[in-house]
Design a protein around this ligand. Structure first.
Ligand SMILES: Cc1cc2nc3c(=O)[nH]c(=O)nc-3n(C[C@H](O)[C@H](O)[C@H](O)COP(=O)(O)OP(=O)(O)OC[C@H]3O[C@@H](n4cnc5c(N)ncnc54)[C@H](O)[C@@H]3O)c2cc1C
Length: 603
């Protein structure tokens, strides 16, 4: 990565409403397309004091990720996010990707922005060095991905899709496919997509009907329609490689009968140059409430040539490699947007004068108690969600480095929590960001509303948050709750230690963890899965609350009397108590949910 400096992109598209805002001098934020500043030191603090990144560095596998390397990477990636990607956020919203005569044209500046991410080496950060990747820990990748999401979510989705595909191919593809595709995907010469969804098969992936007929030469003819495919086509790289779920003739119904295929837009020649156009086309692009810069395509596969990835009927397992990668990434997208929304709101609040304030200060709205409540909530929640996401990434790295089943179980447990809580945090915090801006949040020029519109999808795609919660209380508790209880043991023992210096905060975290343990035991006792599923969303949120409390407690210990202890006090004494109500909800069972008939719901 080192010397490859990010290219600078100039966007000369006039921004609608620019003049209007400048004229409203009393409402002006000063710099309405507020420049995002990557919180590099925040990640370093979390690495060093909260999520135990040192343990990752001490493994042979990741020994190169020294403190110096980490700092240099965060700084370099931060510069690119600030200077290259952030200026593309608004043009992407105002000038969505469009389909012209079957060809997708992306938003102004996106091709250069994508090239900057590729040339910086950021797509292949975690990828295998044998194929051109940097082989860095997922923890560092998660931090860099989050910065890029803060800066321009629509564009960051492109490399995120490639990263997931790279990981899936590394684990499940043949050596020939790896040699052909990985260097191109890692360098950003080509990009990757994931194709699961069909009109009748959304959350219920097993209902898909796309098919793949063997061609007798080891390849398959893939046919079917896929909908909502992110970056399904574009003009930012020369080829698009689709990972497509389909069924081979005679395969059983449901998820068990699904296989995975790699289907490129252009068939590569043996030397890697582009050959004939494959039978893949874009039917249309979706008109969405946000994320306008990301082309979301309806894709048609007509006898398109593809190659099996993983074994026949082993498609879901292979695709799950990509999906788990993307789930961590999508949670990070939520956190990234929350961070950017917070920075915007704070910049506005310290300038906007309104009302008499009782306490001494600059006389701006930042001195009103309720605005303070909003800003403190934003900052505390971003910290909590980020810590959970990085804890998950550390568990992934430790599992990769050691092969220890305990770490893979922890990563599996934390993945749905990171995804759903990261997304929920993005949605909640961007919504608070609008409120901090008052009326200026509701008009588009400040950018506060765009964060809300863009981030909303993170709770929907990559498995809805409801599906994540069911995964947590279902598959992830098939061990009888062992991984969860092990994690809670660690939190309680850290809280015991913290009692000496921070008794009030330590006690609150200890008690909340104890309540979560009791509910976890209740959940794992339920053999009727509907009883678990009925309370799964509040349970997941309560789990995140407790993890957030644990993270803030660690931060407070590292900064006695300082801002981090103050923030921890706010989180632990004001936000953490929410867990109690959530856990009551989690144990309420399913009977009430179905007590009213469908007719009574409509009455
Ligand atoms: C902008 C965008 C980009 C996308 N990108 C991609 C992509 O690149 N590749 C891809 O394959 N897909 C993509 N998707 C599709 C996305 O993953 C699906 O929309 C998502 O999985 C939900 O499926 P659905 O829309 O059919 O909703 P449904 O499955 O119909 O769900 C509707 C509601 O019912 C709930 N629900 C459904 N089943 C259950 C159940 N068993 N138990 C409890 N609740 C349930 C859901 O949680 C949800 O609240 C994208 C979607 C969007 C909007």
């Amino acid at each position: 990565m080192g010397g490859r400096a990010a290219a600078h992109v100039k966007v000369s598209v006039p921004l609608q409403g620019e003049d209007t805002l400048a004229k409203r001098s009393t409402l002006n934020t000063g710099d309405h397309v507020m420049s995002y500043r990557a919180p590099e030191q925040e990640y370093s603090f979390l690495f060093d004091h909260v999520v135990g990144f040192d343990e990752v560095r001490q493994t042979d596998r990741f020994a190169d990720a020294t403190a110096d390397v980490t700092t240099a990477i965060l700084s370099e990636a931060g510069k690119m996010a600030n200077d290259v990607l952030a200026p593309l956020q608004r043009p992407g919203d105002l000038h969505p990707a469009r389909l012209e005569n079957g060809v997708v044209r992306t938003s102004p500046g996106f091709a250069d922005g994508f090239r900057a991410m590729a040339d910086g080496g950021w797509i292949g950060m975690a990828a295998d060095p044998e194929h051109g990747g940097m082989g860095l820990p997922m923890t560092l990748t998660a931090a860099v991905n989050e910065m890029m999401s803060s800066a321009c979510l629509s564009l960051q989705l492109a490399p995120l899709m490639s990263q997931g595909q790279i990981e899936a191919l590394q684990h499940h593809a043949s050596d020939e496919i790896k040699a052909m595709y990985l260097p191109k995907l890692i360098s950003g010469t080509w990009t990757g997509t994931m194709n699961l969804t069909e009109p009748q098969a959304g959350s219920d992936v097993g209902a898909l009907t796309s098919k793949a007929d063997p061609l007798g030469d080891g390849s398959y003819a893939v046919s079917g329609q896929k909908i909502y495919i992110s970056w399904g086509d574009h003009d930012v790289a020369e080829n698009v490689c689709h990972l497509v779920l389909a069924r081979i003739p005679g395969a059983p119904a449901g998820t068990k009968g699904i296989s995975l295929f790699l289907v490129p837009k252009f068939l590569p020649n043996p030397d890697g140059s582009l050959g004939a156009r494959n039978g893949v086309s874009v039917v249309s692009l979706e008109h969405k409430m946000g994320l306008h810069g990301s082309p979301t395509a309806v894709m048609q596969f007509d006898q398109a040539k593809g190659w099996l990835i993983g074994p026949e009927q082993g498609g879901m397992a292979a695709m799950f490699t990509m999906m788990n990668n993307a789930r961590l990434g999508v949670g990070g997208q939520g956190i990234g947007v929350a961070e950017a929304a917070y920075q915007h709101a704070l910049a506005y609040a310290v300038q906007r004068k309104q009302g008499r304030v009782a306490r001494q200060g600059g006389g701006t709205i930042v001195d009103h108690a309720d605005v303070r409540r909003m800003l403190m909530t934003m900052k505390a929640e971003v910290f909590a969600a980020r810590a959970i996401s990085l804890w998950c990434a550390v568990a992934i790295d430790m599992s990769t480095a050691t092969g220890d089943r305990k770490w893979s179980a922890r990563a599996a447990l934390l993945t749905p929590i990171s995804k759903a809580f990261g997304a929920d945090t993005g949605i909640a915090i961007s919504e608070i960001g609008v409120q901090v801006h008052g009326g200026m949040g509701f008009v588009e020029e400040t950018g506060a509303a765009q964060f809300c519109r863009d981030v909303r999808v993170t709770a929907i795609y990559e498995g809805t948050n409801g599906i994540q919660a069911m995964d947590l209380v279902g598959r992830k508790m098939m061990d009888g709750g062992e991984a969860a209880i092990h994690l809670l043991d660690g939190i309680q023992s850290a809280a015991e230690t913290a009692r000496a210096s921070l008794p009030e905060l330590a006690e609150a975290v200890w008690q909340a963890t104890e309540s979560l343990r009791e509910t976890t035991e209740w959940l794992t006792d339920q053999t009727d899965m509907e009883m678990r599923f009925a309370g799964s969303v509040p349970y997941l949120r309560a789990f995140a609350r407790v993890l957030g409390g644990a993270a803030h407690l660690r931060a407070a210990l590292a900064d006695p009397g300082g801002p981090r202890e103050k923030l921890a006090r706010f989180y632990i004494l004001r936000l953490l108590p929410e867990h109690a109500g959530l856990l009551v909800h989690a144990q309420a069972g399913s009977v009430d949910l179905f007590a009213m008939t469908a007719d009574e719901l409509a009455a």
